[in-house]
Design a protein around this ligand. Sequence first.
Ligand SMILES: [Zn+2]
Length: 71
Amino acid sequence: MKTLAFFILFLTSITCKENTATKVYLCKSEGGKKYHYKSNCRGLNNCQHKIIATTLEKAKGQGKTLCGWEK
Ligand SMILES: [Zn+2]
């Protein structure tokens, strides 16, 4: 039983981590000010630069706002 309790605790901690570190995508261009939840978003199709994956927290910290297609 102890093992099971530990396992549940382990799963819970993974879920919590994912909630605080939502993956988002940025177009690494000079004027890029948007973040995207989907790597295949229409807004990213126009990206002529490198698409980078980051977390929602970091994107917001850099002053990025949610892409217009995903509101
Ligand atoms: Zn988008």
